[in-house]
Ligand binder design. Structure first.
Ligand SMILES: NC(=O)C1=CN([C@@H]2O[C@H](COP(=O)(O)OP(=O)(O)OC[C@H]3O[C@@H](n4cnc5c(N)ncnc54)[C@H](OP(=O)(O)O)[C@@H]3O)[C@@H](O)[C@H]2O)C=CC1
Ligand SMILES: O=C(CO)COP(=O)(O)O
Length: 329
């Protein structure tokens, strides 16, 4: 059966939006790529490269950049690929342009500050006539854009919708698994970014490969506890969007969250670089939500305290090592 999604919209022309636009084109879709910056969009139309966010990658011929949200109105599904904290604003603006029932797929990784809502909850409020879905997993924009093999998960409450979207966007190099566990997929992506900052700090402080492995394993235990408390399925948390993305993001400075931790570890303090690091924005709300449900997340707490300037790195590491010895759980 032919996939029903002929024309895909991408709202957000950053690194990930541009990579996903090319991935959708590779899957045989017509793609409309919206960015808010008219001059940058014009340059993209002329040069066929997103010089600002994804340099060196040519846009596929099937991708049409635009600065007008109206141009997304003919799309049969729209991927929302702006930073998590901007998702409400852009989804709200999109609402009046999309046909009723057009699926809206969150591709950002974070939790909304102020409301403590996960991405699909934000979309459901801001754009109530669109069924929300979530796409997440271990996938760097540069890898996807280069056509390197990548696998992610796409979840929607309606399993048939998730399957149809996954089929429409997938290709031999960009493999999409489908799921109905929306909450599990969005929790993995949000929490791993915070833990990746901790992994970067371990790297920057040169604490060694053994400490790095311990950090990932104990960080994963925190992710599991949080996920279970908020209704995620265990098999999702151990899958691509949970453990898979945690391993990726905690392993390399290709990750902006890990790179932020690395610079904190090396320099000894938090100096914002201007690059998006979603974990720094989600740490506070993640820790508050954990506390609300009695979930112990000492690593996430330590990251939050360092970012907020309440703790220096030696104190944070010391407090983690000084925790009473206990049974592994
Ligand atoms: N990069 C990656 O490898 C991956 C990223 N992600 C997730 O995707 C999301 C986006 O990341 P990424 O694309 O890398 O980030 P970038 O920093 O590359 O791009 C962010 C984009 O969002 C736009 N933007 C920011 N604020 C607004 C707003 N208020 N309204 C409209 N547009 C806005 C920016 O526009 P402008 O240029 O005008 O500022 C820019 O085009 C994040 O949640 C990230 O975690 C997920 C998987 C992989
Ligand atoms: O989510 C990502 C890879 O799966 C990208 O990670 P960063 O945002 O840390 O670069």
């Amino acid at each position: 059966m032919a996939a029903p999604f002929t024309r895909i919209g991408i709202a957000g022309a950053g690194a990930w939006g541009t990579a996903l636009a090319n991935a959708a084109a590779r899957a045989g879709r017509e793609v409309v790529l919206w960015g808010r910056d008219g001059a940058a969009v014009e340059a993209m139309r002329e040069t066929r490269v997103n010089t600002l966010h994804l340099p060196g990658v040519e846009l596929a011929p099937a991708v049409t950049p635009t600065a007008s949200l109206f141009d997304l109105s003919e799309c049969e599904a729209v991927l929302l690929v702006v930073p998590a904290q901007a998702s409400r604003e852009v989804a709200g603006a999109l609402g009046s342009h999309l046909a009723r029932g057009t699926p809206l797929v969150a591709c950002s990784k974070g939790i909304e500050r102020g409301t403590s809502l996960f991405m699909t909850q934000v979309l459901a409020q801001a754009c109530p006539h669109s069924p929300p879905a979530i796409l997440s997993g271990p996938s760097f924009a540069t890898d996807v854009a280069a056509g390197l093999p990548t696998a992610v998960t796409l979840a929607a409450r309606d399993g048939q919708l998730a399957e149809a979207l996954a089929r429409a966007l997938g290709s031999s190099s960009f493999r999409l698994y489908h799921s109905e566990d929306v909450r599990g997929v969005e929790i993995g992506g949000a929490a791993k970014n915070v833990l990746a900052i901790a992994a970067g700090i371990v790297g920057g402080r040169r604490l060694g490969a053994s400490a790095a492995a311990a950090l990932i394993a104990r960080g994963f235990a925190e992710l599991m506890r949080f996920g279970k408390a908020y209704g995620a399925r265990a098999e999702t948390l151990t899958g691509l969007s949970g453990l898979g993305d945690l391993i990726l993001t905690c392993s390399t400075a290709q990750s902006r969250n890990y790179a932020l931790g690395l610079s904190i570890g090396e320099v000894g303090g938090f100096h914002p670089s201007g690059r998006l690091a979603e974990g720094a924005l989600t740490a506070g709300v993640l820790v508050a939500m954990a506390q609300e449900r009695g979930v112990d997340m000492p690593i996430a707490r330590a990251v939050e305290a360092v970012l907020a300037g309440r703790s220096d790195i030696e104190q944070a590491i010391g407090s983690l090592l000084a925790r009473p010895q206990k049974a592994e759980s």
